[in-house]
Every structure is written in structure tokens, then in C-alpha cells.
Design a protein around this ligand. Sequence first.
Ligand code: FES
Ligand SMILES: [Fe+2]
Length: 429
Amino acid sequence: MAHAGKPAEASWTGRYPDLGTGLVSYEDSISPEFYELEREAIFKRAWLNVGRVEQLPRKGSFFTKNLDVAKTAVIIARDLDGRVRAFHNVCRHRGNKLVWENTPKHETSGVCRQFMCRYHGWRYGLDGQLKFVLQEEEFFDFDKADFPLVSVHCEVWEGFIFINLADEPSQTLPEFLGPMVRGLEGYPFHLVTERYAYKADLLSNWKIYLDAFQEYYHASVLHSQQQVPSLRSFESGFKAPYYQTDGPHRLVSTGGWKGVPRHLLPRDQMYPIEPNIEAGLMGPWQRPDIPELDPANLPAGLNPGGLDPWSISNFQIFPNFVILVYERGWYLTYQYWPTSHNTHSWEMSYYFPQSRNASERIRHELTAVISKEAGLQDAGTLDGTQMGLESRVIDRYPLSDQEITVRHLHKVAENWVQSYLRDEKAVRA
Ligand code: FES
Ligand SMILES: [Fe+2]
């Protein structure tokens, strides 16, 4: 019988011999035991993006973040020296969750000088120091200096706030990000700050959604209503023309328009509102006239494959963070926060330059809504995938060359878990 398919040596996957080309198991996405290991091995060891500096505009600005996957919650705050800090959101007195709104389950944000516990009124400064204890003289051999909030490692990179829950992270944030992700350095994130944010609770393992957003093999089928010219056969067929991996991270870049401006596409390949507003899935049709966002001035690392024309780079930053930069002068981020072995919470944010008039604002909103629609089309398949996998009718699945990113993620997750188990064993020995 004849075999179809490309030889490994002529493929993207073949450039990474460690990945192999064999069938892949998704047991890592349906096993409660594997999830318990991931909590320790991945989410308590990797640097995790929890937001951006624009969420902390002033001294005293703060926001909270629930991290079910690590069984904790954190407070991120800008202290009186302007430094961004992170603390476990736990009162030193009797363990009450310190900062919350409405119910302890809800996240909150605001501006304050001190955090006050709702239980017995202990107060902490923005630097985490315990400042006030009600009836302090009633305590025994007590020194407030011994009871600061428990701090969490926190670093800022290009305006993105990362935390690391390890006692001592094994890598600094720049080491962890590595050269490929750091190729984004110099992108004018500080000029692209008009944010539209959404959140959804989804019925799949977190990695199943990463997979659905890191390959474009599905695009022509699942997003048939939103044919994306950069993914179509105008010059490249239905493929993303560039793939790269670096450490635990992945990158996919797609080509752009070659003499086929978006507005010349057949109208049945866009929503009726798109030609009226002049914006769509790929962003506003007009790139903003901001010199820093001109493709000629963008950092070379944004398009390391040197695609010309280029339209999108999708940086998949391990474990659960995505930065997708569009040639049209905007970007989006996704975060996938596990809540159990088969559920997660999906956060999406769309960032544009600040609107200067109503037309720009409407183009941004339309782009965000259409992009969210595409994201929901991806999200709509996930519980079906989870159900199919959980049936365990099949235990090994094939992956095409375009799905190298899927192959890589599951390999990396396995590697991190194995390395954690080795370290644990060494500690016990
Ligand atoms: S638990 Fe916070 S003051 Fe008592
Ligand atoms: Fe998709």
C-alpha cells in the first residue's frame, strides 16, 4: 500500500529530532494524576505572566490574581518607590485571604496605601511590611517586623509582569524567556495600551486550548466564515510559513498580503460590517500612522523567519501565555489558567494604540469582537476534544508537520514533569 506524507528531513518537525514524528498521546490532558504533577512541576516553577504594568498606573495601584492551579492567590502592587511587587494574598495573623471584593473568590483591583484584613484589622504596607496590629500588647514576644506578607518573585519584562512561585527560581526571567521570545524586545508595547479584556471558563484541559491556537491547520475549516488572506493560498497555501522553538517556547509566523489588500477580498469572506467600518479579524485595514509601529521599525526578532510580506507572529510562551503581534499595529494576549485536569479559565486581552477619534475606537472594538468570535470558535471545539480524549478509545494520534507546535508543547510538559520527579527523587535520596 502506498504511503502519503512528507519525509521527516524535508519538514519543520525534522529540524527538531528530539520531537520525533510518531503518534502522540494526550493522556497528559485527561489524567488527574498528571495534572497534580503539573501543578508542582510547571506552575510552581515556571515564570507566569499575570498582567501588564498599565494595570498599575500609580503608586499604590494593585490587583489580585487567583491561581487555583498553584492553590494560592497573589496581590500585585506598585509600592511607594514605584516598584512592582507580588505577595501571597494571605494574612499573617490567622490565614484569612487578605484582599478581596464581594467574596473571597472574586479578584479585585484598586489604589490604596495599606491592605487591611477584614477579620481583625491587621494592616500591611505596599512593601508587605506589617504596619498595624489591633491590641498589639496582647500578643507574646511579638515584633511586627517578623510578620510581613510572604513575597513572591516578581519581574517586569517589556511591561509584562511575571511571577515565579518557586522559593528560588532556577532561572532569571530573561534566562527563562530565552533569545527567541526576547526577540520581541523593542516592540512599542508602551504605545499600544488601549485594552479590551474578556474571560471565559472552559471545559477542557489547558493544553487543549493552547493546541487549538498554535496551529493553523484548522483555520480553513473551523473559521471558514473568516477566511484570512495571510493563511490562504494567495502566495503560501494554507500554511503558516515559519515555525521555531526555543527551550520550552514556540513561535509561528504567517505571511501577509501580496498585492491582495484586504478590502479587495470577496465580500462573502467577511462580515457585512467589516467593509463599512474598515476593520476585521486582522485589525483595522489602515495601520496607525505611528512610526514605531511601521514594520520597517519593528524589532527583527518579531519576524525571525524574515517573511516578506509578514502579517502575524504568534509567540507561545511556556507554560500558558500567548503574545500575538499583528502587522496592522496591534496585539493580543491569551492566558490559560488551569482550574482542574479538565477545566480552565481563558483570559484574552486585545491591545491597540489609544484611539484619537471615534472611528479609530470603533475599528478597535470591531477588531476585538471579531477576534473574540474567532477565539470562541476555537473554544467551541474544546469540550468535544476533551470528551473524545477522555473516552480513551484511542491512545495515540497522528500530527502533521504544521502541528509541530502541538507536538512540542506536550513534549515540554512531559519533560518538565520528568525533571521535577528526578529532582524530588534526588532530594529524598
Ligand atoms: S486573620 Fe487577618 S487580622 Fe486576623
Ligand atoms: Fe483558530
